[in-house]
Every structure is written in C-alpha cells, then in structure tokens.
Design a protein around this ligand. Sequence first.
Ligand code: HSE
Length: 436
Amino acid sequence: MKPISVGLVGLGTVAQGTLQVLAKNRQELTRRIGREIEVTHVGARRDRDGVDLSGVRVSRDLMAVATDPEVDVFVELIGGTDYARELIEAAIDSGKHVVTANKALIAEHGNQLFEKAQARGVTIAFEAAVAGGIPVIKAIREGLAANQIQWLAGIINGTGNFILTAMREDGREFADVLAEAQALGYAEADPTFDVEGIDAAHKLAILASIAFGIPLNFDAVYTQGISSIDLDDIDFAEELGYRIKHLGIARRTDAGVELRVHPTLIADTELLANVNGVMNAVQIYGDAVGSTLLNGSGAGSLPTASAVVADLVDVARALTVDPTNRVPHLAFQPNHLNDLPILPIEATRCPFYVRLLVRDEVGVLADITRVLADHRVSLESVIQKEGVEGEAVALILLTHSVVERDLRAALSQIEAFAAVVGEPVVLRVETLGAVL
Ligand code: HSE
C-alpha cells in the first residue's frame, strides 16, 4: 500500500523529536498501521543544524506544504495562533487531515476550526496539545466515554511544576530555575505563558470541553500564575501537611462549571502532590470509574513527539473510516454540546490557606476570628509564627470549605485592622473530592 504522505511545518523541539520517533520506530509503526508513514515535505523558515532532511522536499514557504496536493496529513508544529490558523485552514480547504500540538490555537479557535474540518470531512488531531506525552485526550474522549465526568484536576504545565519543585526541594530562586527550564526546551517561546498560567489555561479549556461536552471556553478560565509564590508559603504549607502545585481544575456543579488555574495546596499524601519536576499528571473523576490518574512527561522533545506520532497513527487508521463515524473532536457530537455557564471565581467553594502579617497585640486573633465567623468562615487550623518583639508576625489560617465570596468579604474587613500589615496571601486548597 502507498505510504501516507506527511507534510510538516516547524523544525523546533517537538518537530525534531517527531522526525526522530518516525525514523527510529518506522517498522513498528508500519506494523501498527499496515502502511508506512513518510514525511515528504517539510516547511521551515530556516535550516537547523543536525536535522537530516535528505530525500525530503523542503520549502521556506510554509503554505506550500499546507496546500501540497501530494500531502495526506498536515502536521503543524510552529505554534502561535495567527499564521498557524491560516496554514491549518488552507490544509483543511485542500482536504488534508491535520495534526497539531498547538494548545493556544485549539483553545482559542478550536470551535471554528473543528466546524470547518467537520464540514470538509477531515479531522484535526491534537493529543500533543495537552500534557505532552500523556495520552489524556484519548483517555477522556474514548477510554472514559462511559462516564459522566464530574471533575478533573491536573498539573498541566511542565515548566511551572519544574520551578515549584526546585523551589521546594532545593530552595532555589524562581528566575534561576526558569532559565534552566528554558534551556531544557520545556518553556514556551514566551515563558510568561508558563509562569502566568496562560499555557495551563489553554490546556484546561481543552480538557474541560472534552470532559463535559461544552464548547471551548478559554476566555472564561480564571487564570493565576506562580510568579508571586513565596518560599515562605511553600514552607508553611509543608508544615500544615500540604504541597503547593499549579493546578488546572474543572468541576461540574449544579450551577455550572468551575474553570480555574491557580497555585493550589494539596495534601502531601495525594499522588498529585508527589508529581515533581517536569512531570504532568491529570486526575479525573468519573461517576462510574471513580478517580483515575494519568502521569507522565508534560513537555520536552520526545514525550511530546510521542503524542504527535500517536495522532498520526490514529489519523492513518481513520483515513478509511466514514467521516460521520469518527471520534468527535470534542468527544461529544457537535450538535450535542451543552453551553453550560462558567462560574465566576467568587462562587468557588473550597478550603483556603491565608497568610496574614499581624502585629502581635492583645485581642488581634480574637478580632480576626470574630470577623471570619460573621462571614460563616470556620477554621481548620491556625499557626502563629514566633516573631521578634515589636515586629509583625505571620499568622497562617487554614479554613474549612467556604465560598470564596464570603472569605474575601471577611478579609477585606480584616485588612483594615490597624494590627494587620499589608495584604493577605490567599491560596485555594484542593481536596480532590474529600470533605474538609
Ligand atoms: N511549555 C509547556 C510546558 C510545554 O512547560 O508544559 C508543553 O506544553
């Protein structure tokens, strides 16, 4: 049988890994598909040392790859949303299937791209867009198809987890660890996407859509990064039996869907709390299966290439399938997506970690707990750190589950106390289904 002809644009970290995996596992892939996969056309705006493209057509004009009539499957690995979208639309128009690792593009324009692909009878595969090498899209979309998914919580940015881990384990400075993550090829071209949570928000929007059967809703994701996380909070959390992880959380409630990315305390006994370095993990709760956890490399050349090549295998197998019988892009039939409301962050109900800086004066703790009680906030534990006479000391509060709006209202009164210095640090706690 004629090989499947692949056109690939981009020659960065993931593209180089993809070429490497395709070459190394050529025979194994042919055994799986029954046909060979051949990269016939590569689009790259410049040469890359050490990349062997002998026998492959190379174009500087990436559009020449997207519209090449010889190409069956177009693989987009350039990133970014504008030109990548133009290329993918051109590939769809010329009847090609698409494989992409582009989370920003899928999260922000996926609704329109999927509609276009569907109308043209082609598919867009995007396993590599979320959690690098972990096959989480396939697991949710197919393996857990029997379930009503109730929530998922994931460490879905490798760079952020790499930074938090090095800060906790080695007390290293944020900027220093970020530079290392960049050198290792984990970080985005603009690393603020990693540390400010935008990359994780892209991925969460995708996961929530396929978990709940809702349209992609990137703009509605509450997004908070890790750049302001202090080593003190990592230590205090540890003292309370928690680790701070940068989580993406999607939860279905009676009122709608919570979609949030933020630094989060998780009990150190949870598997998720022990996922370290560049590793990613996604914990998913389905009504039939209960809790499941997928763990693996969340970034890097070969792990991400593993997902790209798996998508190529899937697409190759789907070439002969009636388009109406393919696995839907967002797991549910497009005409059965539910436009559930996305809840504001103030409606979140969870326990909270609060660090206040207070002058150690008689009655201050009583005043604080009174205001909290007035707002229905009850406390699980309180730690007052020893300080130097006359100087403010850290007061750490761990609340029971409370509605964020109530806690914020109480804290705005507490902040106004003369004995309270500066703004409180407030971090959400994720109990992963347990009641606290
Ligand atoms: N910059 C991303 C991360 C790459 O660190 O997770 C993988 O999507």
